[in-house]
Design a protein around this ligand. Structure first.
Ligand code: SF4
Length: 391
């Protein structure tokens, strides 16, 4: 067993194929599923290689994200999950999530995913309003989204997330509330509600730069976030992270690893991982002696990824050592977004009290979390709380 086996208990796998590229998307993804068979072979090969280098990790969570994993042949997906299970020790009761888009869901495919051992589906619903779906460049309509929720449930999934997006130009508060209410009525166990962000390099960014689209003002965005919080909490979904809401016990354990600043291995084009420094050498990375952990990432080109795997390499494109100060800064910044907050020592708590007076954080014992106002200036709040210990 490797030195890191007990510390790394989460695995992220990336599948980059989508039906078409959405207007706002800066994830590693391409339009069409051409080459998906060869890609899935390469991904399985990388998973096995990761197992050889890191040892037989015990995994509590596996997250298959994208892209649109539901688009690839379900048999290939089942093969990927089987490879993970033979390479690593997936613990009894582990959470195995797969992302899916409504347009590539049907009950038959969902049954194959379920039989393969996937036990949580995250659906990219985003909106139920036709003009908003069109604006975002999504390929499904509201009926397909609602039907997809029913189909995965029919296939035996009891943990179902729906992703939603607010602060979309043209989406008023009344229609946003109606979307949230209709999705709640469809009965998912988890809802993520994200603000639309304009990422450089996306078609949406170009439209904004040309003055063709005006982004939604901050006040409206904050109001729509508030609407989501109120509507979802009234319906019994606890807000356990700024953008994430769950019925009791349905919080996403994999994402909690990220927010608790935990470790996770990663495979697939564009995938990012975070490992203890002691594991760096195993995956071929050199880190400074003072580093406590290492963040690393894969390149975004699918062809180059396939070549690197075929040559017998782990296709890691870059890495960044994380020293103790940076690790503390990351812990605080991520933890501030959680409802449970982040634990701080005496000097951090002193600073937190002055930020509480400004309405930027809330304190409960030795735990501190950002308020909605604080969330808008999270970097500055973090720097105040961590101070020069991050230097
Ligand atoms: S479905 Fe998701 S990953 Fe694919 S293009 Fe749209 S936003 Fe990007």
């Amino acid at each position: 067993m490797s030195a890191v086996a007990g510390e790394v208990r989460a695995l992220y796998l990336h599948i980059p194929f989508c039906e078409r590229k959405c207007e706002y998307c800066d994830f590693t993804s391409v339009a069409g599923a051409t080459g998906s068979e060869a890609y899935m072979d390469a991904l399985c090969a990388e998973v096995r290689r990761l197992g050889e280098r890191l040892g037989r990790l015990s995994l509590d969570t596996v997250f298959i994200g994208g892209g649109t994993p539901s688009l690839v042949d379900p048999g290939l997906l089942a093969g990927l999950v089987a490879t993970v299970r033979t390479t690593f020790s997936v613990t009894v009761g582990a959470e195995v999530t797969m992302e899916a888009n409504p347009s590539s869901v049907d009950a038959g495919r969902a049954r194959v995913w379920r039989a393969a051992g996937v036990n949580r589906i995250s659906l990219g619903v985003q909106s139920l309003e036709p003009d908003v779906l069109r604006f975002l460049g999504r390929v499904h309509d509201a009926d397909r989204a609602i039907a997809a929720i029913a189909e995965v449930r029919e296939a035996g999934f009891t943990s179902i997330n729906c992703d939603l997006i607010y602060a979309v130009p043209g989406l008023g508060d009344v229609r946003w509330r109606r979307t949230v209410e209709r999705v709640v009525a469809a009965g998912p166990t988890h809802i993520s509600a994200y603000e639309l962000t304009v990422e450089p390099g996306t078609p949406l960014h170009t439209q904004v730069r040309r003055g063709l689209v005006r982004p939604v003002e901050g006040v409206r965005s904050i109001r729509q976030h508030r609407i989501a919080v109120e509507t979802l909490e009234r319906a019994g979904y606890g807000q356990y992270e700024v953008s994430n809401f769950a019925l009791p016990g349905e919080e996403c354990r994999h994402n909690l690893v990220y927010w608790h600043n935990g470790y996770y291995a990663a495979a697939g084009v564009g995938a990012h991982g975070h490992l203890p420094a002691a594991a760096a050498a195993a995956i071929g990375l050199e880190v400074d002696p003072g580093a406590v952990s290492v963040r690393y990432w894969h390149g975004r080109g699918i062809a180059a990824y396939g070549r690197a795997v075929a040559e017998g390499n782990l296709p890691v494109a870059g890495s960044e050592p994380v020293g103790p100060g940076m690790r503390e800064q990351e812990r605080v910044m991520l933890g501030l977004r959680l409802r449970e907050g982040v634990r701080l020592g005496p000097s951090g708590l002193d600073e937190a009290r002055s930020l509480e007076g400004l309405g930027l954080v809330a304190i409960d014992g030795d735990r501190v979390r950002a308020t909605v106002r604080g969330e808008a200036v999270l970097n500055q709040v973090t720097l105040r709380l961590v101070g020069d210990r991050a230097a």
